[in-house]
Write a protein that binds this ligand. Structure first.
Ligand code: BYC
Length: 334
């Protein structure tokens, strides 16, 4: 377990509570300095980052499944190539993020075990099924759109490796969002059946996408500390509102209707007002009881088992290289 690793005798200087150092640490954060892997940091800062970064990594990897479901059924070669590239990008994002978590002393194997045992969370959105081709457009337009809204501020996160990973991830997510919106545009300008498919997808995904931003601020356990440490720069509700304000005009341009009768532009606040999110559904999905939670975990476990030989081969190769290097070193020293 990474928690055990972090509490081990090898790390006493890092884990002991030290008010003076904590004060200096907070002063660095307040001065917008980046915290780097070898810098002193409070144990709680390290744990918060490992939790958030690993859950983010898991989301990228599990997020490959709903879209992967359509690679063999994409409607044209062009669409297939773009979707394939997008899904590969998500795998790359997961890899950068696991590497960022490793800089905090977490072992990737432990993080994976936490996902497979159901202990670690991943984004609620990936527990919904992709039933039609329009769902692929919706994921790019809305899911990646929400991800960008959340991740652009993370490029200014106080922890250097996470912030730097986010810069590249955001560039790729922007392409993903564009390709999704372009799928929606093609469907909405297509036949009445295609337009209806686009509308039906929006009806199913709109509310779950709003849940991606997390619980409302009054129920968010981690926001206050994460904001103090400048891990998060905006609260969950602030980002959700920004997303709605940016997205509603895009949906209207497509000629689509949002499945929320309360959605109205408020002239006084200059924001879109919206209806009540079903937080019972959100809690159910993150507790493991969404439409596809079981299927996703089954696929992840099967992938882990099927890939055991790759991990064993990589380890054997690394050991062989290390032995060769050590032998060469011995010869050179003689
Ligand atoms: N789903 O105190 P809170 C992507 C959990 S993938 C599940 O507000 P925090 C993409 C939360 O973890 C997008 N769980 O937490 C990939 C906490 O539980 P724990 C993923 C959620 O951390 C492929 C509890 O609820 N993006 O981009 O301050 C294709 C209380 O919440 C959710 C990231 O991960 C949820 N929606 O704020 C396309 C971004 N929401 O840990 C796209 C990085 C909350 O105490 N993460 N929870 O057991 C973040 O920005 C923040 O972690 C969150 C939550 C805004 C998600």
């Amino acid at each position: 377990m990474y928690t055990q690793a972090l509490n081990s005798a090898a790390e006493p200087a890092r884990t002991a509570s030290d008010p003076e150092r904590e004060k200096r640490f907070q002063a660095r954060i307040d001065a917008e300095e980046r915290i780097e892997p070898n810098d002193w940091m409070p144990e709680q800062y390290r744990r918060t980052l490992i939790r958030q970064i690993s859950q983010h990594a898991h989301s990228e990897i599990v997020g490959m499944l709903p879209e992967g479901n359509w690679i063999t059924r994409a409607p044209s070669l062009k669409r297939k190539a773009a979707l394939l590239a997008k899904v590969q990008d998500e795998g790359g994002h997961g890899a950068y993020l696991y590497a960022a978590a490793e800089t905090l002393g977490a072992a990737r194997e432990d993080l994976e075990d936490e996902l497979l045992s159901g202990k670690a969370k991943y984004s609620s959105i990936f527990n919904y099924p992709t039933l039609s081709w329009a769902d692929i457009g919706i994921i790019g337009w809305l899911v990646d759109g929400a991800a960008i809204m959340n991740q652009i501020p993370l490029c200014r996160c106080s922890y250097g490796p996470y912030a730097r990973a986010m810069i590249r991830v955001c560039k790729e997510e922007s392409f993903h969002q564009r390709q999704g919106y372009e799928i929606m545009l093609a469907l909405c300008r297509g036949t009445p059946e295609q337009k209806a498919m686009a509308q039906e997808a929006l009806n199913r995904w709109w509310w779950p996408v709003l849940m991606m931003f997390g619980p409302s601020d009054k129920d968010s356990q981690h926001t206050e500390t994460a904001m103090r440490w400048k891990i998060k720069r905006f609260t969950n509700d602030e980002l959700r509102q920004k997303f709605i304000d940016a997205t509603v005009p895009q949906g209207h341009f497509l000629g689509l209707t949002f499945p929320d009768p309360a959605l109205t532009f408020n002239e006084t606040t200059q924001h879109w007002d919206f209806g009540e999110i079903d937080w019972t559904e959100f809690k159910r999905v993150i507790a493991g009881d969404g439409p596809c939670n079981r299927q996703r975990m089954k696929q992840m476990r099967a992938k882990h088992d099927n890939n055991a030989w790759v991990r064993a081969a990589a380890l054997a190769y690394a050991n062989k290289r290390q032995q060769r290097a050590e032998a060469a070193h011995r010869v050179a020293a003689e």
